[in-house]
Design a protein around this ligand. Sequence first.
Ligand code: PLP
Length: 406
Amino acid sequence: MDLRVDFSGRGILYTEEEIAVVAEVMRHGKTLTQGEHMRAFEQGFADYLGAGQCFTAMNGVSALELSAQLCGFRPGDEVVVPSHTFTASAYPYLKKGAKLVWADIDPVTRVVSAETLEKVLTPRTRAIVVVHLYGYVADMPAIMDLARSRGILVIEDAAQSIGADVAGVKSGAWGDMAIFSFHSHKNMTTLGEGGMLVVRDPELAALVPMLRHNGHCAYPDPRPGGGRDYWIPAMGNVDLPERDGTFLMPNNYCLGEVECALGLKLLERIDRINAEKRERALRFIDALADFPELEFHRVDSTRHNYHLLAACMRNGRRDAFIRSMYHDKGVRCVVQYLPLNRYDFYRKLGLDRADCPNADAFFDGQISFPFQHSLSEAEFDIMLEATRETLASLRETGGGQESGAA
Ligand SMILES: *Cc1c(COP(=O)(O)O)cnc(C)c1O
């Protein structure tokens, strides 16, 4: 078998103009970190989002860790996270002292809803992490109403949903905080790693530059001698405020100038990338309409950017499908997002209990197709044809049809 279409390819291909932006900073950048390109990317991203203050970070996880620190957890505080998500949505909050509580997903949208969240809220719930998984934006108007009525913080994990919106407001512009990822697989990537933290409260936002960079801050002005002795007592101060009896701990989570310059440039193209992925997803879904045993979440609007193309086979033939796609057709699909409560890591920590039947049932039939923007039309056609043939032959070998009716 030779592999013709692989799930783990890079997210996008760069244009010559984008490569030139990188080379330009390599040649002439005044500094290679925390300079004009960082500030320009953060401002450009805030303008794109239309809300909040934006801070670049090394990757999505470092942005999540910063958001967890800004929550200022007290002992016993709970954070609600969907059980059906990437592990990085959860462990940063655990590291910063919160107790994790798993929420179920909606069976159709595959993301949390106000209903699934409400079921697991307690008086100790401090924050909810809403993950716009696969690139589909959860029902933020209802979720924000719920959270506001209970005084709960909302953090959006928008790692997969850049540019997608609901009710005319982009994902990441709804919550108290939000994070984005520019990892190699994502719809927009800053050379493999990169992230963004969005903070709404100006007081919390003011802490981020210090928290992100070693606790560095300025001494109060003026320095001795009316500012003349700029070096006294030293170049800069190190400080971070105490909150609720605990000190915030510093990090170094800065993103380099080259990545920031590229990130700003990619904002010009991200809506087009998303639109092209959505168009392709709909083409794939519609071409398989006569195989209802493969269930997709079809959304013909900017509420979905189709970062990933996920399906569910509830007839017990998922493994047979993936096996045949790989061994007979050379198309490597994968199964994603083992419910977090089922991972060894979370089980060892006593986090094995979850009342998430929809997440469990969805996962047991889950299939993720190769869907990076960098897939060629030829690869896409091979994958579509392979899928049709595999589904047809599964029907012939029996059992493939009876659960087709939704
Ligand atoms: C990619 C991803 C992250 C982590 O982002 P990195 O940039 O890889 O650290 C977090 N949450 C979700 C849902 C992701 O898909």
